[in-house]
Design a binder for this molecule. Structure first.
Ligand code: SF4
Length: 186
């Protein structure tokens, strides 16, 4: 028996509008340079000691509307802003994936020189074929593992996670063997 939920699912992507919790500005902790960060709602990874469990519910937060989109564009208009980071929650949660792809496409068209970073609990090997990857410059992948937590790591919380140069990795003969973006703190 199926129950109508008002949400269509195609290829694991739902066509409902994504929701978000926050847009932070002049952020130095989630990627290179000064960035605008979009914190999306929805995550199914349930990592132990997740720093942001309030974001797990895909129905939480606020609808991502035109005012929120404009707030992001106003930041990206500033020459000193290096780019945008998508975080959460998980931007690749099924409720977000389609809208995230559309927004990234818009940003890459409008701001070709700004970088796009993406944080996800998914592993690179499982998502490298997603169409959204053509817009991503840097991916921080994998679930947060508290037993592998290390504060000396750059841009990531636990040592299983990787900071991946997505476009260089996709050019590899074997893209599943990722090219890393950078080293860690000394
Ligand atoms: S993937 Fe991120 S937001 Fe989701 S449970 Fe893990 S640490 Fe929390």
């Amino acid at each position: 028996m199926s129950i109508f939920t008002g949400v269509n699912v195609v290829n694991g992507e739902k066509d409902s509008s994504m929701r978000y919790h926050n847009i932070t500005k002049d952020d130095m902790l989630n990627g290179d340079g000064l960035r605008v960060v979009l914190w999306l709602a929805g995550c199914t990874h349930c990592c132990k000691e997740c720093h942001n469990p309030i974001t797990w519910d895909p129905d939480g937060g606020l609808p991502f509307d035109d005012a929120a989109r404009q707030e992001i564009f106003d930041q990206l208009d500033k020459p000193y802003i290096s780019g945008i980071t998508f975080s959460g929650g998980d931007p690749l949660h099924a409720a977000n994936r389609l809208d995230v792809r559309g927004l990234m496409k818009e940003i890459k068209t409008k701001y070709p020189d700004k970088t796009i970073w993406l944080y996800t609990g998914d592993s690179w090997e499982d998502i490298l074929h997603y169409p959204v990857m053509k817009y991503v410059d840097v991916l921080v992948d994998g679930e947060f593992k508290v037993d592998l937590k290390d504060t000396k790591l750059l841009w990531r919380g636990s040592s299983n996670q990787r900071v991946i140069d997505v476009q260089a990795s996709l050019k590899q003969t074997d893209p599943a063997n990722p090219v890393l973006h950078c080293g860690d703190y000394a």
